[in-house]
Design a protein around this ligand. Sequence first.
Ligand code: CMP
Length: 140
Amino acid sequence: MGSKKTFTMIKPDAVSAGNSGAIIKMIEDHGFVVNAMKLTQLTTVQAGLFYEIHKEKTFYNDLVEYMSGGPIIPMILGKDNAVEDFRALIGSTNPAEAAEGTIRKLFATSISANAIHGSDSNENALIEGNFFFSNLERMK
Ligand code: CMP
């Protein structure tokens, strides 16, 4: 059995397109339990910190600008094997390469406006969840 929790956020393109409800329904229909959720908007400084791992990438500035440009919905999700199963449900980073039936295939429009984030490891799920949620906000 793998991880028990993962972190996700519905990105500005999907929130502004009115796809949040459909995406959350898909997530729940695939057996994930929403442990914490809120609607918020990152400042450029906060987005820069969240994506610090990509600081040297050519797309970093665009990514920070994009991710701070509108509301997002971060969530902590519970399920057995959460990290791996959620990465399968969202599909490839580039929607052109995402498998049929995945969230990105259905809702993403480009590699930057790709609808949703999913943590790539247990360690990052914890770090990313802690970035957005205090202990008080987490449901046990
Ligand atoms: P995600 O994996 O959620 O977090 C990092 C984000 O950087 C990724 O989604 C994409 O939205 C973005 N990204 C990754 N690669 C590229 C790229 N080559 N060009 C533009 N954006 C990218």
